[in-house]
Ligand binder design. Structure first.
Ligand SMILES: C[S@@+](CC[C@H](N)C(=O)[O-])C[C@H]1O[C@@H](n2cnc3c(N)ncnc32)[C@H](O)[C@@H]1O
Length: 281
């Protein structure tokens, strides 16, 4: 990844990048977007996601209305629909939604799919959902975190829950962990443009210039945005280990099978990689 000047319209730049990325991910036959496990009936989320879901909806998702926000190929949406939820997937990328529709059909699952910007939800989605589900790689694409949080809150019915399971801002800072190179701020909302070869899930994909723009949001800013959107924070958890490397190639797997990042070297304390916010409207 190399830094570039900020383009005039970061959302348009990101949409072009996501269209190309979604095309690459739809073609995957291995790795993160390999459809084979889903097609074979697999419906497990990660351990952190299962725990967050159980906290948000202790009675399960059966019969619940779920908005899978920035759903990409809707892997989680398909899993939740298999458990009996009525799932709406939303994304601004038509390629991602075409991939989601195709995968859902092949899995024999019905999803409602909506193309929209996550900060400008269609009025028909307001106040409708028991759960807004947003995971790993969603808020960084938005300059205005407050607008994102307000849209998520507005989609919930009173009493509904938001689960935001996201990259920890500490783990968004390094361009490389060995050697340690920091090229992204912890917080502040500033935008940074990078040209990237491939994607986190398809490193070999040809994405042209590969230009995309991300925005830094610290943990305090996330909680403040949730509170200012009228949400009650039920739980905020930081996770020191993950069962796959969500950024593709920055972590190494340890003897117990988990991935951690120990900036101080082997045996030193690990730092957080993900966080989970559970909030209620
Ligand atoms: C990293 S993916 C989310 C991954 C997803 N949770 C999964 O499990 O595959 C981010 C998604 O956000 C979408 N996205 C980025 N900016 C957006 C925006 N402004 N409005 C709506 N969707 C957006 C992208 O198209 C992409 O599908």
């Amino acid at each position: 990844m190399s830094a570039r000047p900020l383009p005039d319209d970061p959302t348009a730049t990101n949409l072009a990048w996501w269209q190309a990325a979604a095309r690459a991910h739809r073609a995957a036959t291995a790795g993160y977007y390999d459809p084979a496990p889903l097609l074979a009936g697999h419906d497990r989320l990660t351990a952190h996601e299962e725990a967050a879901l159980a906290r948000a909806l202790p009675g399960g998702v059966q019969g619940r209305a779920v908005l899978h926000l920035q759903c990409h190929l809707a892997l989680d949406g398909i899993k939740l629909a298999r458990r009996g939820a009525a799932v709406t997937g939303l994304d601004f990328s038509s390629e991602a939604l075409a991939g989601a529709a195709d995968l859902a059909a092949r899995c024999g699952v019905r999803l409602e799919l909506v193309q929209a910007d996550a900060t400008a939800l269609p009025p028909a989605l307001r106040g409708r959902f028991d759960l807004v589900w947003a995971t790993v790689g969603v808020i960084t694409w938005h300059r205005d975190l407050g607008a994102w949080m307000r849209a998520a809150a507005a989609a919930l019915r009173p009493g509904g829950r938001l689960v935001l399971h996201e990259l920890h801002p500490l783990f968004t800072m390094p361009a490389s962990t060995a050697p340690l190179v920091i090229d992204f701020p912890y917080l502040g909302g500033s935008g940074h443009a990078f040209a990237e070869a491939g994607t986190y899930a398809a490193p070999e994909a040809e994405l042209g210039e590969g230009l995309n723009v991300s925005f830094a949001h610290g943990l305090g800013e996330v909680v403040t945005a949730a509170v200012e959107a009228g949400l009650g924070v039920l739980r905020l958890e930081e996770h020191l280990e993950v069962d796959f490397d969500p950024r593709g190639d920055l972590l190494t797997r340890e003897a117990d099978g988990a991935y951690r990042w120990r900036p101080g070297g082997p045996g030193s304390p690990p730092v957080p990689l993900l966080f989970t916010l559970v909030a209620a409207r």
